[in-house]
Write a protein that binds this ligand. Structure first.
Ligand SMILES: C[C@@H](O)[C@H](NC(=O)OP(=O)(O)OC[C@H]1O[C@@H](n2cnc3c(N)ncnc32)[C@H](O)[C@@H]1O)C(=O)O
Ligand SMILES: [Fe+2]
Length: 549
């Protein structure tokens, strides 16, 4: 079977033909490169509209040269000859997300071709295509996927018919964040490769580092990078340090996602995936924990129609086509809105392996009688200076907040000893199991109460996932305050709730009952305005907890 794919969500007009028999992809692309600055949406749309017909023509010429032909026959229903056979069996196109005018140009082209050839039309989500191409090329069963593209950055895992967002950026996509910095220093789009090149000669300067659970944010680090540049720090040093911080953040959250879901497979997708330093960090992290890592070749990382054709073929096989009249584009199409018709439910991630607990993402915990000795291990993937700063500040912070939480009535382990240079804490051993292994509404209600208490005391936990809660018959303990901090921003409190809700939704099947109990518990002790803010946070679209169809 042959499927034509069309891509043009922003800067790249591309057409590809995927042959399911041989797994070969023919691809022709034409990039829009602005004279200066970033992407101008109108210019980009003009480029896509102009370039699509010629990339289609070129790829069809190559198809004809090779003599590949579609399975579909050219007979009419009554057996008479229907004229010339269509060159492909189906047409797939990027339906979103992306820039509206660009998407509309691609949609129009796709509908025209499908209508002319009388073949089915398949509407593909561009973000899901970025990750499915890695799963396809790697042959992995059920990987965690890190999408690092221009307008997006998120961690996804398949579960029960949907891709779940396990973590994502709280502001801009990773490529756009880097591109904003390069615009500031006068370099044109795309900025990523220019930063990578300049970074080669740079040395380390300290910049903000922001991860919250499996979510992360780039706005602070980008303002700091611009300020460093304006203050005269050599641009190579800023580029080098930007990469060290931003990619270490992405690697850390990927490791956390592997740990939380118990998956041992990671795939990388998206244009920023072309960056050698990011790939190196992820490969090193996976290697250290015995996980497999795959990154597709560059032509399938940056925007390309090959990934659209490959996913289009899977969808077509599953009967997942769209009528022309219903094929309108969606600039805000989220990956977790897509019904995953081409995968079976058995492939879900998130079946938690109890053994994993002692091999958490950042520390080694040894149980000695009634004590747990927790050592934050060095991560060879990150810069030694950044590594030391993170380990010592988190160790110190964890000791302090664990005690502060107990003082306001939240069950936490006693802190017996703190060794900051060794990044080691000796804590009381608490609970029988992780909440992840025995998750019930009553425990979730208590987690809600506990979080409300610490928010009332002016700090957040920073990573309240079901693995950072321990339970026994009597109590529900919060542990691992290493990402917590003092703050009076309601947004930070709402993010704590969002992290808990996101990780419950990402790893359980009946999340709604658990989350209702959690919010009830929170409201019993805490303030309604935090729950209200949580709704606003979710409503921003970018980071919704989407549980089921
Ligand atoms: C919605 C869609 O239009 C969008 N696609 C997109 O942004 O193009 P993509 O090819 O996936 O990623 C482009 C980004 O990838 C960055 N990039 C390319 N090469 C890079 C490199 N060597 N290092 C770092 N970033 C790089 C570029 O600077 C740019 O920000 C998306 O997937 O979010
Ligand atoms: Fe993309």
């Amino acid at each position: 079977m042959l499927v034509l794919g069309l891509e043009g969500t922003a800067w790249c007009a591309s057409a590809a033909v995927y042959d399911t028999e041989t797994d070969a992809v023919l691809q022709e692309s034409d990039a829009y490169v602005p004279d200066s600055g970033g992407i101008h949406p109108r210019e980009a749309a003009e480029h896509v509209a102009d370039a699509i017909p010629s990339v289609v023509e070129r790829v069809l010429d190559r198809l004809a040269e090779r003599g590949w032909s579609a399975d579909v026959d050219d007979e009419n229903d009554d057996g008479t000859d229907g004229g010339s056979a269509p060159p492909v069996d189906a047409v797939a196109f990027s339906r979103g997300p992306g820039l509206g005018p660009c998407l509309r140009a691609v949609g129009t082209a796709a509908r025209t071709l499908a209508g002319r050839w009388d073949v089915p039309l398949v509407g593909v989500n561009h973000m899901v295509a970025h990750l499915e191409i890695g799963r396809h090329r790697s042959g992995f069963d059920s990987p965690v996927c890190l999408n690092a593209s221009g307008a997006n950055a998120h961690l996804l895992g398949y579960r029960d018919g949907r891709y779940r967002v396990l973590g994502e950026t709280m502001d801009t996509g990773v490529g756009n964040a880097i591109d904003k910095f390069t615009r500031h220093v006068g370099w044109s789009h795309p900025g990523g490769p220019k930063v990578e090149e300049a970074a080669g000669d740079g040395s380390y300067v300290d910049l903000p580092y922001v991860v919250k659970g499996m979510d992360f944010s780039f706005s602070g680090i980008m303002s700091a990078a611009k300020a460093e540049y304006d203050d005269g720090t050599p641009v190579e040093d800023v580029c080098y340090s930007l990469q060290e911080h931003v990619f270490a953040m992405l690697t850390e959250v990927s490791e956390r996602a592997l740990s939380l879901t118990g998956s041992d497979e990671l795939v990388l997708g998206g244009g920023v995936g072309q960056n050698a330093r990011l790939r190196e960090m992820l490969a090193e992290m996976c290697d250290a924990r015995g996980a497999k890592f795959h990154v597709p070749e560059p032509r399938f990382l940056r925007d390309n129609a090959g990934m659209i054709a490959v996913l289009g073929a899977k969808m077509y096989r599953a009967g997942d086509t769209v009528a022309i009249a219903e094929s309108s584009v969606d600039p805000n199409f989220r990956p977790d809105q897509v019904p995953v018709t081409w995968r079976s439910r058995e492939e879900s991630v998130g079946v938690v392996d109890p053994e994993m607990r002692l091999r958490g993402a950042e520390a080694i915990v040894e149980i000695e009688g009634d004590r747990a000795v927790k050592r934050r291990i060095g991560k060879s993937y990150r810069h030694p200076e950044l590594d030391r700063t993170l380990r010592t500040t988190r160790t110190r912070g964890e000791a302090r907040l664990t005690s502060d939480a107990r003082r306001v009535g939240v069950p936490t382990p006693l802190v017996y000893d703190v060794d900051v240079p060794e990044a080691t804490l000796t804590l009381q051993y608490v609970g029988d199991v992780d909440l992840a292994e025995r998750i019930e509404p009553e425990q979730c209600r208590r987690v809600g109460e506990h979080l409300a208490r610490i928010h009332g005391a002016g700090f957040v936990h920073g990573d309240p996932t079901p693995r950072n809660v321990r339970v026994d018959d009597e109590r529900t303990y919060l542990i691992d305050f290493g990402l917590g901090y003092y703050t009076d921003h309601v947004e930070d409190y709402a993010m704590d709730l969002h992290v808990f809700e996101g990780s419950v939704a990402g790893t359980t099947s009946d999340a709604q009952t658990l989350l209702d109990a959690f919010e009830e518990g929170y409201l019993e002790v805490g303030e309604r305005r935090v729950i209200d803010r949580l709704r606003t946070v979710e409503g921003r679209g970018r980071y919704q907890v989407n549980d089921g169809p």
